[in-house]
Write a protein that binds this ligand. Structure first.
Ligand code: RB5
Length: 144
């Protein structure tokens, strides 16, 4: 699986910790920035991620800003992106099982590295259920 990761300055440290964690598991993440703690605008990183996912360069995206809220809003403005803010273990499972999220989102200032790693693992080991959930996902992407 190809995974891309991006953050604004509020998520930079969390992004670096996740890159290091996944590298130790043998999985290199595509790092779309930001590359330091200088202030940047989270929509720019959500847009980069959307382009990566929608063009098939990555199968899953991880986005991080301070709270996870702004970058979720920005990512979900792109048709075809289903960005889910994973804030507990139940949501981490359902975001895959029911929503088949293609971007998972975290708050660098509101969550700890161990809990984010746990939510990533739960999401990655869950399976999309399809069926009634697919008809709902189809409705998300219809129209303009
Ligand atoms: C940046 O200061 C902060 O507003 C941003 O990281 C995020 O929390 C927005 O939702």
């Amino acid at each position: 699986m190809k995974i891309a990761i991006a953050s604004d300055h509020g998520g930079f440290e969390m992004k670096q910790a996740l890159i290091e964690h996944f590298a130790k598991q043998g999985l290199a993440l595509y790092d779309l920035g930001t590359h330091d703690t200088c202030s940047v605008d989270y929509p720019d990183y959500a847009d980069k991620m959307a382009e990566y996912i929608l063009s098939g360069k990555a199968d899953l995206g991880i986005l991080i800003c301070g709270t996870g809220v702004g970058i979720s809003i920005a990512a979900n403005r792109h048709k075809g992106i289903r960005a889910a803010l994973l804030y507990n273990k139940f949501v981490a499972a359902k975001a895959k099982e029911h929503n088949n999220a293609n971007v998972i989102v975290f708050g660098g200032r509101t969550m700890t590295v161990p809990e984010v790693i746990e939510y990533c693992n739960i999401f990655l080991h869950s399976t999309y259920e399809g069926g009634r959930h697919q008809q709902r996902l189809d409705k998300l992407d219809k129209g303009e």
